[in-house]
Design a binder for this molecule. Sequence first.
Ligand SMILES: NC(=O)C1=CN([C@@H]2O[C@H](COP(=O)(O)OP(=O)(O)OC[C@H]3O[C@@H](n4cnc5c(N)ncnc54)[C@H](O)[C@@H]3O)[C@@H](O)[C@H]2O)C=CC1
Ligand SMILES: O=C(CO)COP(=O)(O)O
Length: 336
Amino acid sequence: MNIAVLGAGAWGTALAAQAALRHDVCLWGRDAAQIARMAATRRNDRYLPGVELPDALRFTADFEPCTASAAASGLVIVATPMASLRDMLARVPARARVAWLCKGFESGTGLLGHEVAQALRPQGAAGVLSGPSFAEEVAIGQPTALVAASFDADLRDAMVQAFHGDALRVYTSSDPVGVEVGGAVKNVLAIATGLCDGLAAAGVPGAPGLNARAALVTRGLAEMTRLGVALGARADTFMGLSGLGDLVLTATGHLSRNRKVGLRLAQGVPLAQILAELGHVAEGVYSATTVCRRADALGVEMPISKAVVAVLEGRLAPHEAVAHLMARNARPEQEG
Ligand SMILES: NC(=O)C1=CN([C@@H]2O[C@H](COP(=O)(O)OP(=O)(O)OC[C@H]3O[C@@H](n4cnc5c(N)ncnc54)[C@H](O)[C@@H]3O)[C@@H](O)[C@H]2O)C=CC1
Ligand SMILES: O=C(CO)COP(=O)(O)O
């Protein structure tokens, strides 16, 4: 299969490297100098240091030829952050089957990826590839399970054909709404668990511990599911790879950038400094406000996400956010 991967960050590079073991893959990046370095060294030292990239992987800074051949009969994968999805979808040829890897809500419009795609390419096959998958592990062939979601069965099959292999298991889902809500909200919740664990590590008296982290993950899953169902998702999607699976990974895994944001905020480091040091996108920082805005519009309660927004905006200190959550009234665990 002919595959174009658009965006040469950590995740685009890792997935392109895996797919290049079996397919003709072209990795496009906007920075011509970085692409030239990658072609010369067969490494991506800026975003995925220490990983040897396969000889067969092609690199280019030339958008049209890379997407034209994949659009004809293959697959185009958008691997940029959410903020650039609209721009990428507008540039990809209309006839292409296209899927994206980004996890978030579009700032400003508040749209999920499939909503952006519906607005820009109402007739086109579009989908999302998600699930618990740190780029660093996928890049070196460590076992990983993903979920390929689309309303279009043909596109789901194409994603399986492209990526299912020895190290990657690709499951399918016809619920892109649920898959996208899971991917977006788990980033916000990972900031929350990072905040808790950061307070504990700092030895703050009465700081939340392991009990609190388990409670955050579980109640976070409940609020993620509430929002998803209100947006038209199936509740059982949230018990799958893109919901519970990715939430557990990102909320507890030390490789998570979103979790790192929470840990560093708990140490009192200013957000701007954290983002500058990170060197990668942490989508939860940009999606948190939108998550709450969409939830408010639907009358969905999301107390953990709201506490994260208050900390990101500097309205609550991390320990105050925890106290705020603990002060909520008692309620039934299951609603409805
Ligand atoms: N890193 C990971 O383990 C995973 C990341 N994701 C998601 O994938 C998306 C990308 O993440 P990463 O690759 O990790 O980010 P990253 O921060 O490592 O790299 C982002 C890449 O996108 C490029 N980019 C940014 N704006 C662009 C534009 N307008 N046009 C073209 N290229 C542009 C940057 O130059 C950079 O190469 C995010 O939404 C993230 O949540 C999903 C699963 C795993
Ligand atoms: O989505 C991810 C793993 O599935 C990556 O999470 P972070 O962006 O928090 O590193």
